[in-house]
Design a protein around this ligand. Structure first.
Ligand SMILES: [Zn+2]
Length: 214
């Protein structure tokens, strides 16, 4: 579902956009949409209408699924704090004791005690440090973007009462909005300009907090 989110985004970029701008506005926007799609499998709407679970079964599963999603997002937000600060520290001062920096951050944000020795390059076991440097924050900012878009769809496009998690199944208004306001412009606007145009305000953590923290 996550990767389908990326695919739907790319597939709906307007062919009128100049070729060199025919890509997502930013990793924040495409990861946000991908994570929004990924989270749909934990919604009642998706489980009953797409997976075709019996509504009683879906209701039972969805309570646990929503709890899991909330934990996943909050734990992930802390992972991102470790990564952003580690990468910032490493690139600013690569000669410092990186093992100590890594474990200090893991203790502070993930409450994990350091092993007896921090001499080993444990940080190198986190694949993104090596393969996708300075990218990890895009996932969390993408989560903020997704929550903001979801809130906008619920309150301004569809106006249902529950704006928490829904898959918007069969709702062409939600699809039209995503296609026209978010996917179609490709990279014509910077990510924050796209966010402002599509949701009426710059990126904010408010809707993520409303959805997952409170
Ligand atoms: Zn992705």
């Amino acid at each position: 579902m996550h990767e389908i989110g990326h695919a739907v985004y790319d597939n709906n970029i307007s062919r009128d956009v100049p070729f060199l701008l025919r890509e997502a506005s930013h990793s924040i926007t495409t990861e946000g949409i991908a994570m929004m799609f990924g989270a749909m499998v934990k919604s009642e709407d998706w489980l009953t209408k797409i997976r075709r679970l019996d509504p009683d079964d879906a209701a039972r599963v969805v309570t646990a699924a929503k709890k899991a999603l909330r934990r996943e997002k909050i734990l992930f937000a802390r992972w991102t704090q470790v990564m952003v600060r580690f990468e910032h520290g490493m690139y600013t001062n690569p000669d410092q004791d990186l093992g100590k920096l890594w474990w200090g951050l893991k203790k502070q944000y993930q409450l994990l005690p350091a092993p007896e020795s921090t001499d080993r390059p444990d940080y190198a076991a986190k694949v993104h440090i090596l393969t996708t440097p300075v990218y990890y924050h895009s996932y969390l900012m993408g989560d903020l973007f997704a929550a903001q878009v979801q809130h906008h769809i619920a309150t301004k496009v569809l106006k249902p009462s529950d704006h928490k998690i829904t898959a918007f199944v069969g709702d062409t208004k939600a699809g039209d909005y995503l296609r026209d306001q978010i996917f179609a412009p490709g990279n014509l606007h910077s990510w924050n300009e796209l966010t402002r145009r599509a949701t009426g305000e710059p990126l904010t953590a408010r809707y993520f907090a409303e959805q997952f923290v409170r």
